[in-house]
Design a protein. Structure first.
Length: 133
């Protein structure tokens, strides 16, 4: 039914090509490139607005970019749902604290894995925001 490789996962070539087409159509139709880093900042702003609405009113970034649900938030929700559908239809979905490759290289500690993933996420987000993306 779905284009899958021998290990029942999606072909990375097909998935990459489809992602490229989505990017092309996104720019062509809306004039916007796909991105996620701004969405994380806006969602943090929406959460902050719930917790302390007065604090967010004084933040320059949120005065310029009002936190709201837009196409980028919907894109991230779609990515989550799409990856869940792909994993379940290929029968590769499983909950694991530590992926097999990580376990072979660095051991079974989910705390170590979480700290490294969190640190990597901070570095990637910093770079993306630095590049204004």
């Amino acid at each position: 039914m779905y284009p899958m490789t021998e290990d029942k996962g999606w072909s990375p070539y097909l998935a990459g090509a489809l992602s490229g087409l989505v990017t092309i159509f996104s720019v062509w139709i809306s004039g916007y490139f796909l991105g996620a880093s701004t969405t994380f900042v806006r969602v943090a702003g929406m959460i902050e607005e719930i917790v302390d609405p007065e604090k967010i009113k004084g933040m320059d970034y949120f005065i310029k970019f009002v936190p709201h649900i837009d196409w980028q938030v919907m894109l991230l929700i779609g990515i989550f749902i799409g990856s869940l559908i792909a994993a379940t239809t290929s029968k590769t979905f499983r909950l694991k604290g530590v992926p097999d490759m990580w376990e072979r290289r660095f051991g079974k500690s989910p705390i170590k894995r979480g700290l490294v993933a969190f640190t990597g996420g901070i570095i990637a987000m910093f770079g993306a925001r630095l590049a204004d993306g």
